[in-house]
Design a protein around this ligand. Structure first.
Ligand code: SF4
Ligand code: SF4
Length: 266
């Protein structure tokens, strides 16, 4: 089908909207089954890490040490993590087996979107800031030959990315906001450390909130405090709001110190 050839062959991302249509189906009968789980760099969102570390019953720092590797998003200079490949010569995802993904119900957002990509979370310089979608277009993917019609909106719903995007929305907004900074403005190492802590190491962030003077500087009512002690999603949302209050202001609103932004030496 011409449309499919165009989709598969296109080298430049085609901007897709929620109403864009495509033909695609992925199932264990395709000849390429699990090929997309090898040699692919999967950036994890904060909610992905919460779901995965909970599924694996690991504290966030152990999950990060065992299953992820750190990167800096080129366009934002922000730290992110990707799933660490196995050392098996195929760069396989640690969770892929012959019969598919062993934690399919908790698979990351990028795996759910596939074969679509989300521009706002692209690792590479040159990806746009807007949250548009595009076809990942990997030649091994035979799913475009399957006769099943979708709109981007239907695909997102079917794959459960609506929930993930809702939880990650404020964090994504933070990342996109950072992209709009002039290139000579950089976050300080301390600010990047805090971004990473909130975004990925949620159990350690909880210790930071409850075992330091944090709550003396950021008053939180008793009910919310109790929630933050046990609810990772609530803590993530709280942390992202806190990050927003410090990262894009030259001074900490409480201490008045410059903690977040630094001008690059000219
Ligand atoms: S997490 Fe699951 S779906 Fe995603 S790449 Fe790994 S095996 Fe594949
Ligand atoms: S490469 Fe495409 S069709 Fe094949 S398993 Fe992955 S998503 Fe499905």
């Amino acid at each position: 089908m011409d449309q499919n050839k165009d989709q598969a062959a296109a080298l430049n991302p085609v901007r897709l909207t929620f109403s864009s249509k495509f033909q695609f189906k992925c199932h264990p009968g395709v000849s390429c089954f699990t090929e997309c789980c090898r040699g692919t760099q999967i950036i994890l969102t904060p909610y992905d890490v919460i779901r995965l570390k909970t599924r694996l019953d690991l504290p966030s720092d152990q999950f990060l040490a065992i299953y992820t590797e750190p990167h800096i998003l080129e366009k934002t200079d922000l730290p992110v993590v990707t799933l660490k490949h196995l050392d098996d010569g195929k760069e396989s995802c640690p969770f892929v087996r012959e019969d598919g993904c062993i934690l399919y119900e908790d698979r990351p957002t990028a795996c759910r979107y596939y074969p679509l990509g989300v521009a706002s979370l692209q690792h590479k310089e040159g990806a746009d800031d807007d949250g548009f979608f595009f076809f990942v277009n990997e030649p091994h993917c035979k799913g475009f030959d399957e006769k099943c019609q979708w709109t981007v909106a239907d695909w997102r719903k079917d794959q459960g990315v609506d929930l993930r995007d809702e939880v990650n929305a404020e964090w994504t907004d933070l990342v996109v906001h950072k992209k709009s900074f002039p290139p000579n403005i950089k976050l300080t190492p301390k600010a990047k450390e805090m971004f990473f802590l909130v975004s990925y190491n949620i159990d350690e962030f909880r210790r930071f909130v409850f075992d330091s003077t944090f709550l003396q500087r950021m008053p939180v009512d008793e009910k919310a405090r109790e929630e933050l002690k046990t609810d990772d999603v609530a803590l993530l949302k709280f942390g992202v709001q806190w990050l927003k209050s410090i990262l894009f202001k030259p001074k900490d609103p409480v201490t008045g110190q410059d903690i977040a932004l630094a001008e690059e030496p000219k």
